[in-house]
Design a protein around this ligand. Structure first.
Ligand SMILES: [Zn+2]
Ligand SMILES: [Zn+2]
Length: 249
């Protein structure tokens, strides 16, 4: 008697034929599309096994391909080549401007998050965002992504990551002063709890100068995994101020 077999689904292959989803094959496929983040997201939605492979392997390669110097520096202190918060969170931080809303220390209309094709993370800029006692820490931060509204109020949004946050001076200082995590905010990249560095009074005046933002309009959060997400009201530039220095990364 002829037994009809149902077509095998990708999920069947993933569970029963691990060789089909051999890591080398996946790496070659995604390398050929330059670790396209849209395809990575789709791949991770296919099944649990692919989601896990994407988390452990593909997002790591994506991050290395986009910011090799920064990622190798983060990896230099990582245990077992894994990052706090995971590679998928760092990948999201690289290509996603998280938008903003009003917070305890910053008033703004709601701005939706959006995809960013290219981002530059600067360690030199990052120093400006740390209080002098914490400048031994390494913070990589982006230039502000500028959002204008109808009333010509320009909002600057920036994001970044602190190397080895769990053992950083910034984390120790937050703990020593008994800073509380924010009740109504979570990290836009890994959903972990966040501290407001504005609330903790850990925002140096150099950050305001670096961003060219209005006084008392600067707020940034840092999560338990070291991801930073910040917002400010930008001072409108006059023609003579249109060019800013570039310190490189
Ligand atoms: Zn943006
Ligand atoms: Zn986070």
């Amino acid at each position: 008697m002829l037994v009809r077999q149902r077509p095998r689904l990708l999920q069947d292959y993933s569970e029963n034929s691990p060789s089909f989803l051999n890591e080398t094959v996946l790496l070659l496929v995604f390398k050929s599309v330059n670790w396209n983040p849209f395809l990575l997201c789709r791949c991770a939605c296919v099944c649990k096994r692919l989601a896990e492979l994407a988390k452990q392997l593909l997002w790591k390669e994506f991050c290395l391909s986009r910011a090799p110097k920064m990622v190798n520096d983060l990896l230099s202190v990582a245990r077992n080549e894994s990052l706090d918060g995971g590679w998928d969170s760092l990948g999201k931080l690289m290509f996603f401007c998280a938008g903003c809303h009003s917070t305890r220390h910053f008033q703004s209309k709601r701005i939706s998050g959006h995809f960013v094709w290219k981002a530059r993370f600067s360690r030199t800029s990052g120093r400006s965002f740390l209080v002098p006692q914490c400048r031994m820490d390494t913070l990589y931060v982006t230039d502000p992504c500028e959002h204008s509204d109808d009333e010509d109020d320009d909002v600057g949004l920036f994001r970044g990551v602190i190397k080895a946050f769990s053992i950083s001076r910034t984390r120790k200082m937050l703990e020593d002063m008994g800073a509380q995590v924010e009740k109504n905010e979570v990290c836009s990249f890994c959903r972990a709890e966040v501290w407001s560095l504005t609330q903790a009074q850990m925002i140096p005046s150099s950050a305001q100068r670096r961003l060219a933002c209005c006084e008392d309009s600067l707020e940034y959060f840092i999560c338990r995994n070291g991801h930073l997400h910040g917002m400010c009201s930008l001072v409108p530039l006059s023609d003579s101020e249109g060019l800013s220095e570039d310190e490189g990364s």
